[in-house]
Unconditional design. Structure first.
Length: 168
């Protein structure tokens, strides 16, 4: 059983002493979970598989969740589904340490919170758009053009090549 205040902290002491090749699944499901004040996920579910290797504990994770993002065109909030996976090795000592620098702690309690948060954030689009045909906001009055047309025409670009359009 995981700690409700630290749900992604797993006691792996029993896996360390098992034979090489053994693995265990740790399923997770939460209606809502907050990694920080600014990053909250809903319908969070997934599974972590931890395998015993000669070098350490190999962690494989597969998760999905929903979060609320703000559209860069119309500035309205919308739900976005995230799916992510990752694989990391928690080494038994520094000789087996990988680039990620993860080592099995002496108390055999690994906390996967930071890894889950980082990999989930990598799945968030840089410029989220609520729908492919989002019209955005009117540059003149700020009206959301998805809701209604304000009647303003888009500004013509101030370019010396705009006169060439008339030739077409």
């Amino acid at each position: 059983m995981t700690n409700p205040r630290k749900p992604f902290r797993i006691n792996v002491g029993f896996i360390i002493h098992e034979e090489i090749g053994r693995n265990h699944d740790f399923p997770f499901a939460f209606d809502k979970i907050a990694f920080d004040d600014d990053f909250e996920l809903r319908n969070f579910e997934g599974v972590i598989n931890i395998s015993r290797t000669p070098q350490g504990l190999f962690v494989q994770a597969d998760f999905s969740a929903e979060t609320t993002l703000e559209c860069v065109r119309c500035l309205t909030g919308f739900d976005h589904k995230l799916d992510w996976t990752f694989e990391e090795l928690y080494a038994f000592d520094q000789r087996s340490e990988t680039d990620s620098g993860l080592i099995v702690p002496e108390d055999a309690q690994i906390d996967l919170t930071d890894l889950l948060r980082e990999y989930a954030l990598l799945e968030v689009p840089i410029s989220p758009i609520c729908k492919p045909d989002c019209q955005g906001l009117c540059a003149e009055c700020g009206q959301n053009l998805n809701e209604k047309d304000c009647g303003h025409k888009p500004l013509e670009p101030d370019s010396p090549f705009t006169k060439l359009k008339d030739l077409l």
